[in-house]
Write a new protein. Sequence first.
Length: 213
Amino acid sequence: MWDFVQSHFDQIVFSSWQHASLVVQCLALATLLAVGIGALVYRSRSASSAANTITTIGLTIPAFALVGLAITPLGFGVPPAVAVVTFFAILPILRNTVVGLTGVDPGIVESARGIGMSRLRTLLQVELPLAWPVILGGIRVSGQMVMGIAAVAAYVLGPGLGGLIFSGLSRLGGANSLESVLTGLIGVVILALILDLVLIGLGRLTTSRGIRV
């Protein structure tokens, strides 16, 4: 195992960087989309219910199947990987956004409106900051989930550590096949732990002390 890591060190580092970059960029895009959608629907009970239903159904879709389906419209490489990872990343964040915004005390919102704040300003300066810890919880769940899904994207020649996993599985029983699979799996786990620590730190920096949970 150690000999394999040493002999393929440059490839492992490059694949790890690609994997982390794919996940972080898709997670950022998913956060913008999910928070935007959540802010549009949370005031409507029917729209909120529809959003929650969509997230529930979306999470039941096998990642491998969706990656395969993405080949037809998007081909191979980065585009299908980005599309699939972003899709799955949106789901937990959207659900938590709706839950977080719905859970904001209506009295606080009314007070903000009573002192002359517009609806948009109230959303940006009052509701979203109060809902942020819940939203961040969704981002953390999403980050852990899509770190593994990004590895599946190697099936369509997506970037990242999934290439090592699929390469090892395709020649299982051959030389260094098991080492390749284990290196990819361990790398994904390590990246997931690092990302979660980063998100915890981000939460401490961006959450007011008065509303930390």
